[in-house]
Design a protein around this ligand. Structure first.
Ligand code: MG
Length: 159
């Protein structure tokens, strides 16, 4: 059995008046992520964890932000493409654990819907997908509400 672990990390700046989309869920807020895509920082971290597990680079390499076709794209489409690559290589996704760091708004009410949305795209049960949220106690760029960061880890198994 071949077991791979992958880690992903992403950051986006926040700006007034933009949509805030996390794990495919649009969240009511005054600020959203500055990005070429929809700025779904959590999905980007998950994509990088999946790609990292197979040493395939990162989403910036796969989906360059210089390519107009990715402008404003729903990051779930990018995630689906990454999942297809993993599957094509013969691996199955055992689990994913993602942590989002942002000061406001409170993400807890949205966590279960985020897990469901990810489950729909990834094709594994929601009880294998963990999404957690933390503030940074007002420290750093997340704490000053200048940006959002996300980390993710995953285990892939090839039977
Ligand atoms: Mg990103």
């Amino acid at each position: 059995m071949d077991i791979r672990i992958g880690h992903g990390f992403d950051v986006h700046a926040l700006a007034e008046g933009l949509r805030l989309v996390l794990c495919g869920v649009e969240i009511e807020h005054t600020k959203g992520c500055v990005a070429h895509s929809d700025g779904d920082v959590a999905i980007h971290a998950i994509c990088d964890a999946l790609l990292g597990a197979l040493a395939l680079g990162d989403i910036g390499k796969l989906f360059p932000d210089t390519d107009a076709k990715y402008k404003g794209i729903d990051s779930r489409r990018l995630l689906k493409e990454v999942v297809d690559i993993v599957t094509d290589k013969g691996y199955s996704i055992s689990n994913i654990d993602c942590t989002i760091a942002m000061q406001r708004p409170k993400l807890r009410p949205h966590i279960d819907l985020m897990r469901e949305r990810l489950s729909e795209v990834i094709g594994i049960p929601a009880d294998r997908i963990s999404v957690k949220a933390t503030t940074t106690e007002r420290l750093g760029f997340e704490g000053r509400e200048e940006g959002v960061s996300a980390t993710a880890v995953t285990i892939l198994i090839k039977a």
